[in-house]
Design a protein around this ligand. Structure first.
Ligand code: C5P
Length: 237
């Protein structure tokens, strides 16, 4: 069995819906992402329930604060036993280094968010970030690598460039994935699972194509099969 490269985004307002979906899914096929809404509503108890069912959990809280506070938050996340946690690269070098020191390499994976994809060039200018978004993303990803982080969240469209710049060991986690023919929902720049893997993504964050499917397990099985077809032929992992 290949390691699961799908991370299903549990974007639910409360725990029961998340648990109901998890009941229908298979930890051999996917991991689960718990973000700010669900975690704020349920707390760490839900993480334990998901992990007890055998799922690896990506705690997507995007920490961004002074180095000491972020280090403590990352340490607390690692103590919960989550598989992956993330911070904002915009928190800067000292914050990233403090986060790295708080999470031992080889335990919970520590990754960075570069630029939020919701920000366009005007938004970036508003906060004093000049330059093309792609260049800023590249710079922030290199900073995360420099500080010893395990990888970044990025668009699958940026993955090929980042893979080239940062090498094979750097972990690329990509949202904005839609199987061929599915609705784009509110995503603006989407990529198929096949293309994301070809571009060098390691893990694909996929929400509604699984959570809103009539048969979430079947949706996951299809995605898993599509991914394996590509990764077997590329023999990357
Ligand atoms: O339902 P959908 O597949 O669009 O969900 C994608 C998930 O990835 C959501 O949890 C969303 O918050 C997250 N995400 C994203 N784009 C980013 C970063 C995170 O869609 N740039």
């Amino acid at each position: 069995m290949h390691e699961p490269r799908i991370i299903v985004a549990l974007d639910f307002p409360e725990g029961n819906s998340a648990l109901q979906l998890a009941h229908q899914l298979d930890p051999q096929l996917c991991r689960l992402k718990v973000g700010k809404e669900l975690f704020t509503a349920t707390g760490p108890q839900l993480l334990e329930q998901l992990m007890t069912r055998g799922f690896d959990v990506f705690l997507d809280l995007k920490f961004h604060d002074i180095p000491h506070t972020v280090a403590k938050a990352c340490h607390a996340a690692a103590r919960l036993g989550v598989w992956m946690v993330n911070v904002h690269a915009l928190g800067g070098r000292k914050m990233l280094q403090a986060a790295r020191e708080a999470v031992a390499p080889g335990t919970t994976r520590l990754i960075a968010v570069t630029l939020l994809t919701s920000m366009d060039q005007n938004d970036l200018a508003d906060i004093g970030l000049a330059g093309e978004p792609e260049q800023i993303v590249g710079r922030l990803a290199r900073l995360a690598d420099d500080c010893g982080l395990d990888g970044v969240v990025c668009s699958a469209l940026e993955a090929a460039d980042l893979r080239q710049q940062l090498g094979e060991r750097f972990c690329l986690v990509t949202p904005g994935i839609r199987p061929h023919g599915d609705s784009a929902d509110d995503q603006r720049r989407i990529t198929t699972p096949r293309q994301a893997i070809r571009n060098g993504a390691d893990y694909l964050v996929i929400g509604r194509p699984v959570t809103q499917a009539n048969d979430p397990l079947l949706a996951c099985q299809r995605l898993h099969a599509e991914i394996n077809e590509v990764s077997t032929s590329a023999a990357k992992h």
